[in-house]
Design a protein. Structure first.
Length: 153
């Protein structure tokens, strides 16, 4: 055994014995981790063309609120219908990316999220900011309030 590294074999065995997880196999254990997982899934669903999947990130409740462009939409179904009307085909959906995401845990069951969104489409690249309120619901962490704005091109 190398005298400069006497703990290396022991540490390796310990990590293997405890079933250390890393990468995509690891499950979130904090509110921030759960919220980020929801957002990552929303991006994946959007980019696969699934508004249904994307909407799983929202609380399926009458109180779910979406504000954008000077309009307020209330209720999961109404928000869903708004997305379908506005982004009804793959060309309109484009490719979604979130960046500069900041998650602030407000309590063990609520979190405030700020971030930047961007769509890459064939003819344009709309982008803007979002503010989300997540609550821990019986279905998991879900968006209950979404305020999304577009940046001026």
């Amino acid at each position: 055994m190398n005298p400069r590294r006497p703990l290396a074999p022991l540490l390796g065995a310990l990590l293997l014995a405890t079933g250390c997880q890393h990468g995509k196999d690891a499950r979130p254990t904090t509110p921030e981790g759960h919220v980020r997982a929801v957002l990552e899934q929303q991006v994946a669903d959007w980019n696969s063309g699934s508004i249904d999947g994307f909407m799983r990130g929202y609380a399926r409740a009458d109180g779910t609120r979406f504000a954008s462009g000077g309009e307020v939409t209330r209720g999961w179904r109404t928000v869903f219908d708004r997305y379908v009307k506005r982004y009804g085909d793959r060309a309109a959906m484009g490719r979604l990316a979130f960046s500069d995401v900041e998650v602030t845990e407000l309590s063990p069951t609520s979190a405030l999220v700020f971030g930047h969104w961007r769509l890459e489409r064939e003819k344009d690249r709309p982008e803007g900011l979002f503010t989300l309120l997540f609550l821990l619901t019986p279905e998991g962490w879900r968006i209950v309030h979404d305020h999304t704005s577009s940046a001026t091109p």
